[in-house]
Design a binder for this molecule. Structure first.
Ligand SMILES: [Zn+2]
Ligand SMILES: [Zn+2]
Length: 207
């Protein structure tokens, strides 16, 4: 399957939302719809994309800002890790009460587990990578990896926020080190990189 990925930085925190869709059918999923819905909608329409699923790498306010609106408009299900439920249900934990969006709480339609392969396009694998939050995940499809705020170019996510854990982050980085270096990864903020190059240059991924 030929999957197109478009990065759409949204909101004051410029959190990356991604549109990932089959180039033929235009059907696809939206990773982390933060920011505001009217702008994201124009990008979806420009690409002629048909959103079918919402995937959340984690539940922080800057990554979930327009989830309710996008879900309502397209009538599509939300997927998140089962350990992220607490954060999605708590505006203090997901930090939305301090953000421009205002307090935001909701439930995913489907709470997934580590190693599960979601029946989305050619299959989306869930890789549980707690640390930044308890239910942070990476989503893998073909040679693409969406890492949320777990892994950035040359850096990693914070581990001082509600449900975060520095020791869990260390184990998650070990998990990432064992992944196929042929992945190209798309982080929650900033540009992406090949995992092979990142393994050589990111101080948090070097042995
Ligand atoms: Zn973020
Ligand atoms: Zn975050």
């Amino acid at each position: 399957m030929d999957i197109q990925v478009t990065r759409v930085p949204l909101g004051v925190y410029q959190a990356n939302c991604f549109l990932a869709y089959d180039k033929d059918t235009k059907e696809g999923f939206i990773v982390d719809p933060g920011g505001d819905a009217p702008y994201l909608d124009t990008v979806i329409e420009e690409h002629g994309m048909v959103p079918k699923w919402i995937l959340l790498t984690h539940g922080h306010g800057d990554h979930i800002g327009c989830v309710p609106e996008i879900k309502k408009k397209y009538d599509i299900p939300i997927f998140a890790h089962e350990d992220e439920k607490e954060l999605l249900n708590n505006a203090n934990f997901n930090l939305s009460n301090t953000m421009i969006t205002g307090a935001l709480t909701f439930d995913a339609d489907y709470y997934c587990k580590d190693n599960e392969v979601l029946p989305i396009l050619s299959g989306v694998k869930v890789i549980h990578t707690p640390g930044h939050t308890a239910g942070s995940v990476c989503f893998a499809i073909e040679d693409k990896l969406f890492t949320g705020d777990t892994l950035f170019v040359s850096s990693i996510g914070r581990t001082d926020l509600p449900t975060a854990s520095a020791s869990a982050m260390e184990m998650s980085l070990d998990t990432i080190k064992r992944l196929d270096p042929n992945y190209f990864f798309y982080p929650g903020h900033g540009p992406g990189n090949s995992l092979a190059r990142e393994m050589k240059t990111n101080p948090f991924l070097r042995a």
